[in-house]
Design a protein around this ligand. Sequence first.
Ligand code: HEM
Length: 493
Amino acid sequence: MDSSFILLLGATSLLAALVLSGTRRLKGIPGPLLARWSPIWLFYHARIGQRYLAVHKAHLQYGRMVRISRNQVSINDANAIPVIYGHGAKAFLKSDYYHSFVAGTPSVFSTIDKKDHARKRMLASHAFSIRSLQSLAPFVHDIVLGFATKMDTVADAGEWIDTMKWFNFLAWDVISDLAFGEAIGFVPKASDLVEVLEPSGKTYSEKAIHVVDCREHLASVIGTVPWIRRFSKFVPDPFFVRGQKSATGITLIARERVEKRINSGGVRDDLLDKLISARMKETGSLNDAQITELTAEAVTILIAGSHTAAASTAAILHLLVKEERVYKALMKELLHAFGENEVPTYEQLKDLPYLQATITEGLRFHGTNAIGLPRIVPEGGMVWDGHFIPQGTEVSVPSWTLQHTEEYWGDPFTFRPERWLENPELRKYNLTFGAGSRTCLGKHIVNMEMLLVLSTFLLRYNVELKSPVMKTVERFQHEPEAMVVKITRRCKI
Ligand code: HEM
């Protein structure tokens, strides 16, 4: 028998086995044909940056429970949130999806092991506490002040600008300052070009925003088929090549800053200082493994703290300018509390109800976290809606879909901040920051940042949208591709 025939026979048998086992497993749970027996459907939609939309359409077609991959079930049911994203011993583990986000060693975000996560989270808890937030607020205020001065010159030039770019510059300055005690300086130089230092001592230039985009997109695609991670280095597709280079690039950027920070002894009580001190309490001095771990945490902080904040702020601004009623109501609240051109402080802003409701509603509506965050069904399996789901299956609640389901919101496609003032209980249907033991550690920081940035921007400028349509792309987070506006000063002083 010739070898190509044997190969063909083998491949056909494997495919048939996959189809059969895939169809039998999770029997009775509907989903797109390709998704029922392979990860190809999910991989493809992640690759084109529209995963949440494909999952949403699948729910509209097939109902509450949908198979979105051979081994993954998406459950659009708020009652499933405390079950899948629980606390303590009952919490389901993160799935292998998160391996693709590991930078050298697992971070508090990417670790799957429950004990390791509890330790890392405990070590980080002080850094991300409300008390720490209050001490960090004046630094963010200063950076926003500098941003406003820079934006004045941009406004006076009268050109169209991409706020995604500017909010990203700002978010990088904020998070690098909070994390390492020194802003990276993207706003003043109006550029995100950074020098990346290789272990060999050579340097090369990279655009930091693009690095994060490529790294996050690649990780979110590989996460749908985790076993390809080992081979991804050899895939000649530019998407993979660029993504791999970016993953290395962001780790080198973080490592350099961590080492610089450790060697300088630290001058400020910043996030890294708190993460270092927590480790020093464990071992007395820092060892190599801890420095690698700190680098992994720094990568998470840089990525989680930059793009998510920029994307959310740009998306909320877009929604606001489009929805004149909401814009007017918010301006009334802001102008009642502050003068035009003022850069308010966090203390002054934190209790403004309409501003806070607008941010919460914007996050719900846009859905910066749009995907269903995958978890693993534990031993014994689970039963949902009469279906048995065996242990080892990936399950998730589709964040964007849940946040746009009529049953919970009544009018989910209306941007209406008032809903949060009428019924704060709606919080339990909002997966913006995840839920349970793995909920976002940076949510208070980013909330502070958005309060400051949005209020300053609105008090200072009139905003004209270039287009009422905002195209978005989903990497790990869901973000505007661009958000182009023209800004003019409300009042020149
Ligand atoms: C609007 C902005 C943000 C959004 C929408 C967001 C969303 C999320 C979500 C959904 C998770 C849970 C992920 C999962 O379960 O797989 C998460 C986790 C996390 N986020 Fe954020 N995040 C934001 C900003 C930030 C910022 C500014 C930081 C840091 C300064 C941060 C740090 C983290 C960390 C460390 C985790 C891992 C927590 C753990 O597993 O214990 N995030 N975030």
